[in-house]
Design a protein around this ligand. Structure first.
Ligand SMILES: C[S@@+](CC[C@H](N)C(=O)[O-])C[C@H]1O[C@@H](n2cnc3c(N)ncnc32)[C@H](O)[C@@H]1O
Length: 212
């Protein structure tokens, strides 16, 4: 079966995520900015980077390497066009970051927001841990269950509805357990309010540093 993410045009994706009833593009943009300001990473990888949401906040004086990973090549094309001039070092990889063959040279920060819902969490976290330097940080965002709202808010962008066939909410407890099994210790967690009574869990995990 073709992954439904490959059937959703970039305009639909952004239109849905930025629509007044969803507003998640804006929240994730602020979250990425805050993660960059807090961690000031020398290198960063964004797993499920879509069209490059928030890449404009990358300070090229601090962050020398930027890797964006997504399975949808059309989203990566949009990101490439948008950031060609401002981020000349940008590496964009059309890959499934939860696959057994995925590998990148380790970075100091991995940002993975609203992607665990679409992958095998164990495989994904194993690869994230391998993609982090010792002492590196994972910032992960999960959508929490909302009793009164459907996981995928209905908007005029019908193509998004295809995601219902593969979307599985992941609990913070499950993510934290899998992270700790892979040498990633939770440092702290936040909650961020979304539209329609929904909420995001944001977890900050640090990879064990055997030298400490
Ligand atoms: C909800 S969007 C992520 C939002 C984005 N992180 C942000 O901050 O704006 C999910 C993205 O993950 C991508 N994706 C889904 N499964 C993936 C996988 N196995 N490997 C890489 N990317 C994946 C989708 O193509 C989509 O662009």
């Amino acid at each position: 079966m073709k992954n439904p993410w490959l059937t959703i045009p970039a305009e639909d994706y952004e239109g849905h995520m930025a629509s007044p009833d969803v507003g998640q593009l804006q929240v994730l943009n602020r979250l990425f900015k805050a993660a960059l300001e807090e961690c000031r990473p020398v290198s960063v990888a964004i797993f499920g980077c879509s069209t490059g949401n928030g890449f404009e906040h990358i300070d090229t004086a601090t962050t020398l390497r930027v890797v964006g990973v997504d399975i949808n090549p059309c989203y990566l094309d949009v990101a490439r066009r948008r950031f060609l001039d401002s981020l000349p070092m940008l590496e964009l990889l059309e890959e499934d970051f939860s696959s057994g063959t995925f590998v990148i040279h380790p970075v100091s920060l991995v940002f993975a927001a609203l992607v665990f819902e679409y992958v095998d969490v164990g495989e994904a976290v194993r690869n994230i841990s391998k993609s982090l330097e010792a002492g590196g940080v994972l910032v992960a965002a999960l959508q929490l269950p909302a009793p009164k709202s459907a996981p995928i808010t209905k908007t005029r962008f019908k193509s998004l509805e295809a995601l219902a066939t593969i979307m599985n909410l992941v609990s913070p407890e499950e993510l934290s357990l899998v992270c700790s099994e892979n040498g990633l210790r939770e440092m702290r967690q936040d909650r961020v309010a979304l539209k329609q009574g929904k909420e995001l869990y944001v977890g900050f995990y640090r990879k064990d540093d055997p030298g400490e």
